[in-house]
Write a protein that binds this ligand. Structure first.
Ligand code: SAM
Length: 295
């Protein structure tokens, strides 16, 4: 386990993932019934942007810093990023009144910021150091439970949630091969237990072919389980000509909120233009073709 998210916090991939995560959570909050979020690979929870790790890569400067500047420190509520206002509001909250960008909230901090009194977050992180920091961050928040199991095992053992409503974020580090396969199996296990849940799965895009195979495999598993909609959301920061580079990233959202496509219709292409790192930056969104369940 060499991957440490502190080196990548606030990069373009976090911006896409977290903007979508917040939109999904905002939708869950439209109904009063409580919900549960399971974050299978949670990281440390929140990140300072002036540390040795963040400075070593400077990735956040090509990610959240660009969005922060483009929205005047999250204060601009009009224009192409209007739909991302709830995400920007959470970043503003993490940074206090001055709106200087010093802290970037990871998925657990963003989620915890949006929970209501009866909602729950289970934040699971296997790395002992990161788990210790995560535990310390949420020590006083009774709505947050921190666990330290394998993230894919968590999908099996923590579902279905007691609340019967919820979201599962599956965001592994992709430091070893076989991650696409493990995510596909995890989704199958998750849907057997919680077919109505919203599953948000992040993946890197280097070469597009393995990603297309992964999307087909996920569509197959979801369709056979009786799911009606899986949305693929891909952000390319440059055309994928060099498969050694991280050319983009994507999310598969199983059982997405019906509002998500509309929310991203303007913001998605605007993000691609803002976060571009080379020619050919684009935003693509499509519903997967799903087979019908057998019998
Ligand atoms: N979800 C976080 C966010 O958006 O702020 C970032 C998570 S980072 C991409 C992946 C995390 O998974 C790392 O913190 C890593 O230590 C952790 N990890 C690696 N292998 C794991 C495993 N088998 N089970 C659970 N966590 C694992």
């Amino acid at each position: 386990m060499n991957y440490r998210h502190a080196f990548h916090a606030g990069n373009f991939a976090d911006v896409l993932k977290h903007a979508v995560l917040v939109l999904c959570l905002e939708h869950l909050k439209k109904k009063p019934a409580p919900f549960r979020v399971v974050d299978t690979h949670a990281g440390t929870g929140s990140y300072r942007l002036d540390t040795r790790e963040t400075e070593a890569t400077g990735e956040w400067r090509e990610g959240i810093a660009r969005l922060w500047d483009a929205t005047d420190g999250g204060t601009r509520r009009d224009g192409p990023f209007a739909a991302l206002a709830p995400y920007l509001a959470e970043i503003a909250r993490a940074n206090g009144a001055t709106r200087d960008l010093r802290t970037y909230p990871g998925s657990p901090a963003l989620t915890a910021g949006l929970l209501r009194a009866g909602d729950m977050l289970v934040a699971n992180e296997l790395h002992p150091d990161d788990n210790e920091r995560l535990t310390a961050t949420f020590a006083k928040d009774k709505r947050v439970k921190v666990m330290a199991m394998d993230g894919f095992t968590a999908v099996k053992s923590l579902l279905p949630p007691h609340e019967k409503r919820g979201l599962i974020l599956i965001d592994p580090p992709f430091e070893q091969s076989g991650e696409f396969q493990r995510m596909t199996e995890a989704l199958g296990n998750g849907l057997v237990r919680f077919r109505g849940g919203t599953f948000v799965m992040w993946y890197p895009i280097k070469d597009v072919k393995p990603v297309q195979r992964f999307q087909r495999a996920i569509g197959d598993v979801a369709g056979k389980a009786g799911v009606e909609t899986v949305l693929a959301i891909d952000l390319f920061v440059r055309a994928p000509r060099h498969p050694d580079l991280l050319n983009g990233c994507g999310l598969l959202v199983v059982n997405p909120p019906h509002t998500l496509v509309g929310d991203l219709a303007k913001a998605g292409p605007a993000l691609a233009a803002l976060l571009e790192q080379g020619p050919g930056a684009t935003f693509e969104m499509h519903k997967l073709n799903l087979p019908r369940p057998a019998g």
